[in-house]
Design a protein around this ligand. Structure first.
Ligand code: CP
Ligand code: NVA
Length: 314
């Protein structure tokens, strides 16, 4: 049966562990210049209905490095732009492609597409979730921390798609996550409830608050994302007002552990959610984090597209 990645909960704990393990090996192999033929003859469709630098390039390069081919599709040149419904498009994609990576606004539309497609569908960001980002982020933490479960992760900022994926990812992985958002900008209650339920089983600790200082105190990881997500441009002035005090600057970093990892999914808005000196500072891992999109997504592609991959990467 085909497997999609529409939200982090599409993965079991075992899948998550496999992705983390395999990403490490793929990264080491990549550093040695090793290319693969694991996805020889496979074609990955890429449909981006919103801007993207990291996700788009890393999936395209990743597919190439695995011996496959990628087909970049522009929404305004597809018949979808002239009214062909998403369900019919899904059936057509399934006849040509082996998987589809899609960035779109509506998670409901994405779920609809996945339900009609016979091929794996990978969420490259919707308004609700950004699973590939959070898998990468967790991998990036494993590169520097011995254990995922006994460190304090502080997410400070908007309760958006990245925050939602953090809640699900941290709860599956049994992590300690505290999320500080301004009043009125917290994560959706359905996602919070779901993560609390998962956390009961996994031993994760998920806490929500409105105080950046409470979140940052003694944190091992400080994480943020833009205050104004794609599609929210008309809310920019209002949001920038509401998020005053939520900037990860030197003062906030000073309350965290000395070894704190500064993380940001990027693109960053220097002087808004993060100060330029923190982004460029010694604790920042954002460039490695961005690089890791490539390695993590290669593991995701292998998990979803290669029938016998666990014989190659146990
Ligand atoms: N972090 C992230 O998804 O970046 P892009 O929008 O550039 O793909
Ligand atoms: N929350 C941001 C993430 C960008 C990678 C957005 O949706 O624009």
């Amino acid at each position: 049966m085909k497997k999609d990645l529409l939200r982090v909960t599409d993965l079991s704990r075992e899948d998550l562990d496999w992705i983390l393990r395999t990403t490490k090996v793929l990264k080491e192999e990549n550093k040695k210049g090793q290319l693969h033929r694991h996805l020889d003859g496979k074609s990955l469709g890429m449909l981006f209905q919103k801007s993207s630098t990291r996700t788009r390039i890393s999936f395209e390069v990743g597919m190439y490095q695995l011996g496959g081919n990628s087909v970049m599709m522009s929404a305004d040149q597809l018949q979808m732009s002239r009214g062909e419904v998403i369900e019919d498009s899904a059936r057509i994609f399934s006849r040509y492609l082996d998987a589809l990576v899609i960035r779109t606004s509506s998670q409901t539309e994405l779920d609809k597409l996945a339900s009609k497609a016979d091929i794996p569908i990978i969420n490259a960001l919707t308004d609700k979730y950004h699973p590939c980002q959070i898998l990468t982020d967790i991998f990036t933490i494993t590169e520097r921390k011995e254990s995922l479960t006994n460190i304090k992760i502080a997410y400070i900022g908007d309760g958006n798609n990245v925050a939602h994926s953090w809640l699900l990812g941290a709860s599956i992985a049994g992590m300690q996550l505290i999320m500080a958002t301004p009043e009125g900008y917290g994560p959706d209650s359905d996602v919070v409830e779901q993560s609390m339920l998962i956390a009961e089983q996994s031993g994760a600790n998920i806490e929500l608050c409105h105080s950046p200082l409470k979140a940052s105190k003694d944190a091992d990881v400080l994480y943020t994302d833009t205050w104004v997500s794609m599609g929210q441009e008309n809310e920019a002035a209002e949001k920038c007002g509401a998020f005053k005090g939520f900037c990860i600057d030197q003062e906030l970093v000073g309350t965290a552990k000395d070894s704190v990892m500064i993380m940001h999914c990027l693109p960053a808005h220097r002087g808004e959610e993060i100060s330029g000196d923190v982004l460029d500072g010694k604790n920042s891992v954002v460039w490695d984090q961005a690089e890791n999109r490539l390695h993590t997504q290669k593991a995701i592609l292998l998990l979803l597209l290669h029938d016998c991959i666990k014989e190659i990467y146990p």
